[in-house]
Design a protein around this ligand. Structure first.
Ligand code: PLP
Length: 287
């Protein structure tokens, strides 16, 4: 990931990233008590912002954290942050914690003022040789909690899982819970078998990925079939293609699964069509 750009957002104000400070008594720091969003921005515009607002609001509601701004104000702050950092293609991170107390009590005080932090970084588009090569994944048992639908800042399990994937030489971990495919450690997953594309349904075991939604729209626009259903662990080994999807990695083909070539060992033809159409969607919406 590229470094943070020079201007960040803290509690409603833009300031130099290097001078941003928050209290160590922030409940985000002490308890991981907060949520975050990652919004890809193309041509200086946030992509699919309403869907990110839907997820952000659902997360705040689930945690009982006060949402300090209406959508219009959020949109203004986000645009100001993008513009202050020179626009173009970037990733934008937003974090909202329950706020700061004077001590440390599991039970939060009522009426706390949330802390809001935002920063951006330059998006690195996947190089053609990376797309030619695809990515390597390993399957791991899902050790996360049972509210994976909340985009919680408490990310210790995904950090451990990603470290384990790296230790095994892979770029991402595909997580399995009770024999079913959950999702990637930080991505949604699609599998293709005999031309039929499948992705697992929304549930408390998965983050409602915005990229998954967009990829779903792309699939429909291409007139391809999409099944939304549970995917058995065994099924992924016999898949012709697997893709991972996330805001900053878009849709990437898996070519190596648990150390063995998947399908032909090359990015699949259906992935290529979906990837190309995804790029067209981005361009159209940024224009
Ligand atoms: N699933 C998990 C667990 C994630 O952490 C992420 C992204 O970080 C995703 C899925 C993909 O979500 P999105 O498409 O909104 O980036």
């Amino acid at each position: 990931m590229a470094d943070a750009l020079s201007t960040c957002l803290l509690d409603g104000a833009l300031l130099p990233t290097s001078s941003a400070r928050i209290s160590p008594f922030d409940r985000g720091f002490l308890f991981g008590d907060g949520i975050y969003e990652v919004v890809p921005c193309y041509g200086g515009r946030p992509f699919r912002l309403p869907a990110h607002f839907d997820r952000l609001e659902a997360g705040l509601d689930a945690l009982g954290i006060h949402n300090p701004y209406p959508r219009a104000r959020w949109a203004e702050l986000i645009q100001a942050l993008i513009t202050a950092n020179g626009g173009g293609d970037m990733g934008l991170y937003l974090e909202i914690t329950r706020g700061t107390e004077q001590g440390r009590d599991f039970l939060p005080q009522p009426g706390m003022n949330p802390t809001i932090f935002g920063f951006c970084w330059r998006l690195e588009v996947a190089r053609p040789e990376q797309l030619e090569r695809g990515i390597s994944v390993v399957t791991l048992e899902d050790i996360r909690w049972l509210r994976c639908d909340i985009k919680s800042i408490a990310l210790l399990a995904p950090v451990m899982l990603r470290m384990e994937a790296k230790r095994r030489g892979a770029d991402e971990a595909i997580l399995v819970r009770q024999g079913r495919l959950a999702e990637g450690s930080s991505s949604a997953v699609f599998v293709v078998n005999d031309g039929r594309i499948a992705t697992a349904p929304a549930s408390n075991e998965r983050l409602p990925s915005i990229t998954r939604l967009v990829v779903g729209e792309v699939i429909v626009a291409l007139g391809l079939p999409l099944e939304v259903r549970e995917i058995h662990h065994d099924e992924i080994y016999t898949s012709d293609e697997i893709w991972i999807a996330s805001a900053t990695r878009e849709v990437m083909p898996v070519t190596l699964l648990d150390g063995r070539a998947l399908g032909t060992g090359k990015p699949g033809p259906i992935w290529r069509r979906v990837f190309d159409e995804y790029q067209a969607f981005k361009k159209r919406e940024a224009a």
